[in-house]
Design a protein around this ligand. Structure first.
Ligand code: SAH
Ligand code: SF4
Ligand code: F3S
Length: 470
């Protein structure tokens, strides 16, 4: 190998290497993975398609429900064989030495224990040290073994630059990190720390740069509770969206996730005035029962929540609303569960993410006595999902005959027929057939007329192809 391919950092030489990343959890975690990959580029790493090809394996973990934890532990168990490889590394001529690391929400709270318990794990790192990943990988290649980095950033100023690696016109942009809400069931405030917002000016500059130099046309503003954005600085999400709306070349603005308590009238109004703001709001309600909401420490009532939906739909009549629901919160009665089913009728969500309650160590709900069994939770979850499917099939019938603007993402095979797929401003996935088998619509803006829908799939017909710029 020629020396030109080697990057020298400090005392170490970094030949071209491959990193394999496995992400669990929410969009914040997926974006952190993108940041990690971007930083590792400076140490000569590129993405491995297969774990087998990797020199470095990183698990970006999620702790929100037991299922996410179990998946990680099982994958980490399988990674044991990576440390036992005997094949020769063509880069070094020595036995292949794979480094294994775990980051993210489990590693934030249990990093030390993980490193001590799992022989195959070289190091662990938390959610607040993503931008130090280069340093940690350097330490691992310098021979340091079994370390954990999980410190919180104590400064008031949360300042970063967005990193993108996908080469697509879509970017995730962190605007606030952490969560101060402490809903009684939720582990996130413990794994992501206290709320901290970036400054509005910095974000506007960041997004302008992405639009001007990286061809970004759609941004998703990210945070566990984006509605708290800017509180400490006298700034707000509504102000931020108003400013971003002015950026030439930016076409679509999304944001996630919202907490109903913090949705201001100013934000509702921005859904009327901002032209680029998506016709979609994800507003997790969690339960349809006021008594359960109280035990969840959600700080709003169902009446308040339904009032918000009405205001949003008035501000933007094309607004589509989705939500999260937890089935079987501790001691939820049959009556309380029925109230959730009733709420689904009243709210008319376009889709929901629904989960069976999962007890998380350290949370308030985990300390409540709980009479519910997993069977009851499972049954309630199935009832919620069945009810919602019926509702959304009906709602989506209204799309037939209407035309939607779509940013096309990819092509795939749908029952043996090639179809292109994209998402509407209101977040519905739409499939359509190409004009000719060779037609390529990737990252084109197109208008699609909807011809048929079911609860889970929407088929359309291409009406107009604008190409890559509107
Ligand atoms: N910050 C966001 C999302 C946090 S986690 C919000 O407040 O809406 C995403 C979803 O996971 C939550 O909305 C909730 O529905 C679900 N969730 C969180 N903790 C859970 C638990 N212990 N058991 C089951 N579902 C949970
Ligand atoms: Fe968890 Fe509640 Fe914070 Fe969302 S708002 S991350 S559910 S504590
Ligand atoms: Fe999971 Fe952490 Fe996100 S717990 S949902 S990865 S904030």
């Amino acid at each position: 190998m020629s020396n030109e391919n080697i990057i020298t950092v400090g005392d170490l030489e970094f030949p071209p290497r491959k990193v394999w990343l496995k992400t669990y959890g929410c969009q914040m975690n997926y974006h952190d993975t993108e940041r990690i990959l971007s930083h590792l580029g400076s140490l000569n790493f590129t993405l491995a398609e297969e774990q087998h090809d990797a020199d470095l394996v990183i698990f970006n973990t999620c702790a929100v429900r037991d299922l996410a934890n179990q998946k990680f532990y099982s994958h980490l168990g399988e990674a044991k064989h990576l440390k036992e490889r005997t094949d020769i590394d063509p880069q070094t001529g020595l036995k292949k030495n794979v480094i294994v690391a775990a980051g993210g929400c489990i590693a934030q709270t249990e990093g030390k224990e993980l490193v001590a318990k799992y022989k195959q794990l070289d190091f662990a790192f938390g959610t607040d040290v993503i931008d130090n990943i280069g340093e940690m990988v350097y330490r691992a290649y310098a021979g340091e073994k079994k370390f954990t980095v999980t410190s919180w950033d104590r400064s008031d100023n949360y300042s970063i630059e967005t990193k993108i690696t996908q080469g697509t016109p879509q970017a995730f942009v962190n605007i606030i990190k952490g969560c101060d809400k402490f809903c009684s069931y939720c582990i996130v405030p413990f794994t992501r720390g206290r709320e901290k917002s970036r400054r509005l000016d910095e974000i506007v500059k960041d997004v302008s740069r992405l639009v001007e130099y990286s061809g970004i046309q759609e941004v998703t503003l990210l945070g566990q509770n984006v509605n708290s954005f800017g509180k400490d600085h006298g700034e707000s999400l509504a102000q931020l969206i108003t400013e971003l709306d002015k950026i030439n070349g930016l076409e679509l603005i999304r944001y996630t996730t919202s907490h109903p308590y913090d949705v201001s009238d100013e934000l509702v109004d921005v859904h009327r005035t901002a032209k680029k703001l998506a016709n979609h709001l994800h507003l997790p309600v969690q339960s349809g029962s006021n008594t359960v909401l109280q035990r969840m420490l959600r700080e709003y009532t169902i009446e308040h929540y339904l009032g918000l939906l009405a205001k949003m739909r008035k501000a933007n009549p094309n607004m589509i609303i989705s939500s999260d629901i937890i089935a079987g919160f501790p001691n939820e009665t049959e009556e309380e569960h029925q109230e959730t089913l009733k709420l689904l009728e009243l709210a008319q969500f376009d889709f929901i993410f629904s989960y069976s309650y999962s007890s998380r160590k350290g949370t308030k709900a985990a300390r409540m006595d709980d009479v519910l069994t997993e069977d009851i939770r499972g049954r309630r979850l199935r009832e919620i999902q069945a009810k919602q499917l019926g509702i959304q099939e009906k709602i989506r019938q209204e799309m037939v005959g209407k035309t939607y603007r779509v940013l096309v993402e990819e092509k795939g095979l749908n029952k043996g027929v090639t179809k292109w797929t994209g998402r509407t401003s209101c977040s519905r996935i739409v499939h359509f057939e190409p004009e000719t088998p060779e037609s390529n619509y990737q990252w084109h803006w197109v208008d699609v007329e909807i011809i048929s829908v079911t609860a889970l799939s929407t088929q359309g017909r291409l009406v107009k192809d604008y190409g890559k710029k509107l």
